[in-house]
Design a protein around this ligand. Sequence first.
Ligand SMILES: Cc1ncc(COP(=O)(O)O)c(C=O)c1O
Length: 427
Amino acid sequence: MPFTANRQFKADPRMLAGAKDMYYTALDGKQILDGTAGLWCVNAGHCRKEIAEAIASQAAHLDYAPGFQLGHPLAFEAATAVAGLMPAGMDRIFFTNSGSESVDTALKIALAYHRARGEGQRTRLIGRERGYHGVGFGGISVGGISGNRKTFSGALLPSVDHLPHTHNLEKNAFSKGQPAWGAHLADELERILALHDPSTVAAVIVEPMAGSTGVLIPPQGYLERLREITAKHGILLIFDEVITAYGRLGAATASEYFGVTPDLITMAKGVSNAAVPAGAVAVKRDVHDAIINAVNGGIEFFHGYTYSAHPLAAAAILATLDIYRRDNLFARARELAPVFEKAVHGLQGARHVIDVRNIGLVAGVELSPRDGAPGARAAEVFKKCFDAGVMVRYTGDILAISPPLIINEAQIAEIFDTIGKVLKEVA
Ligand SMILES: Cc1ncc(COP(=O)(O)O)c(C=O)c1O
């Protein structure tokens, strides 16, 4: 099983049998309020009829179409729909099947772009400590999670460096929205560039809001500074928006929310409401054109997946984006964000809680670790919340809450009341 303690799971399994809107149904019939949108992906809520119908009808109509030297109209319609939600000018779309594939695709596009422009010496990639960019070799190389890297350390990509992470409880504990302290950490990029020579660097990749390592929210001014420095040195900036795209912060993308436009955006998860595995990379037109125009006939970009723009994924994407637009779900997330913020900050002062942080419809609740057993306390909270009918997520000793954007105020209260009660019971 992926990222699972297999033996513990087998001894004490938690199995899901069904889902509808805000709820999972466990195998024993119990209703579980989904506080995590599955794995940060079911933004429109579960089993939406229109998406299910679009997938079913597509499966009966054109189940599969090869994407190499062939196409199908829905792929281009889906690309246009995705492009319509990206920042202006980022309207070239490459389809993948997952966040990990989107990341590796984006890194390859960055290398291809520089090579096409006669700057093939730009091969270095800069990620960030505590970054999560999936599990491909590219993603774990630029990623900053030691547990995901150490077993494979001998085979990671060469020529990778990392920015420092931005998490600092001494300075920023109990921040609401973007913390005030930490913009200067982006200046570390100048130091890293001076060390390696900026003309060897292809791209910087960061999550605008780091989700998987515990909801690390960018300090005010930090992303702007990264944008300035990368632009100054001709380095591409990649925002990994696998979690943040499609409404999580109350806008179509984190780029839009923060007002900082990168050169490439990676996405997955919410793009299809997770109903069919799907991902994509959005690319600025000049980056795209440089790659395409460098080749006189023939294949311009030696990359792609059997299931890139799979018809079922394209159908799911179109139906999903329709729901986001029709139900105004990004605006809904924005409007609910203050209610969500108030509810999560109600946990300040609760037992074990050393930080609460939030932005849009995402929150992190950091617990003090048990002596000698990091992660054990949060794992217990996760299990007890599940038993009490609320799904939360944990990473290390940080609880992460990121519900579907269709959540209502009573359900927000239920999530945080349940966490509060469980915290009282957990040693
Ligand atoms: C920022 C980010 N990038 C990449 C990924 C990997 O996505 P996937 O699991 O679909 O490969 C994730 C997954 O959570 C993510 O949060």
